[in-house]
Design a protein around this ligand. Structure first.
Ligand SMILES: N[C@@H](CCC(=O)N[C@@H](CS)C(=O)NCC(=O)O)C(=O)O
Length: 236
């Protein structure tokens, strides 16, 4: 299988299936198409009808949209534990993952994924606070009801954790205050060997995207770009 992704430093949607496949030992080859170059849109459209990454290609079968990729992996690799084995946990995991795919808009808009920096904390407004409150409530509920078998939402690492991993990085990057249980959960994600591999590769990328950096005060820098790209309307 070939997984097409965008920049590892910034592409939250790309991280999700990559992390799941790597964590569960599902073999694949990857191709990175870096964002905001003049030929980026054409290259992405050659791969995916949406012109967005990720996209999984398995022979004649092409799957775009991160959550659809997760379901495809569940069908094609039934023994890998993509979703929890227990029916109630699996239904819950699908619901929380769909919620991530469709929601948390304020947090996603205000705090783009950026693995190369840790920014000074600042007031991010009520909508972001609501998203953080919901995430913390969800972590607490999942850990209490389904988390006994490990450190992740449903015990062992599953697609739900892959779906929430980029959000975990944002909470860390933007130094958002968290309850100890939420902090422990995001630390488990950030310490997962598959995530550490992604992060190492992200930090080795040459590309920096200006509008994911501008307007923030950096507290720590882990990545220095040698090639800058950016959306023409960024910062407008
Ligand atoms: N809903 C899509 C979102 C995909 C998406 O927005 N990908 C971004 C990268 S994180 C992208 O390819 N952006 C490039 C562009 O819009 O030109 C999914 O779940 O896969």
């Amino acid at each position: 299988m070939q997984l097409y992704i965008a920049n590892k430093l910034y592409s939250s949607w790309s991280l999700r299936p990559w992390l799941l496949m790597t964590a569960l030992g599902i073999p694949f080859e990857e191709t990175v198409i870096p964002m905001y170059f003049p030929d980026t849109k054409g290259r992405m459209l050659d791969v995916s009808p949406t012109g967005k990454m990720p996209c999984l290609v398995d022979g004649e079968i092409r799957v775009w949209e991160s959550l659809a990729i997760v379901e495809y992996l569940h069908e094609t690799h039934p023994g890998k534990g993509v979703w929890p084995a227990d029916a109630a946990a699996r239904a819950h995991a699908r619901a929380t993952s769909a919620e991530m795919h469709a929601g948390f808009q304020a947090l996603r808009n205000a705090c783009p994924m950026n693995l190369g920096k840790r920014f000074q904390p600042r007031d991010l407004g009520n909508d972001v606070a609501d998203n953080v409150r919901r995430f913390q409530g969800m972590v607490s509920d999942c850990r209490r009801r389904f988390g006994a078998g490990g450190d992740f939402l449903y015990g062992t690492f599953s697609a739900a954790d892959a779906m929430y991993a980029p959000l975990a990085t944002r909470l860390d990057t933007y130094q958002i205050e968290l309850a100890p249980q939420t902090r422990a959960y995001i630390d488990a994600i950030l310490a997962h060997p598959a995530f550490l591999k992604w992060r190492t590769e992200a930090l080795a990328e040459p590309w920096g995207i200006t509008h994911y950096e501008d307007g923030w005060v950096s507290a720590e820098t882990f990545h220095t770009a040698t090639i800058l790209t950016g959306h023409p309307r960024a910062g407008a």
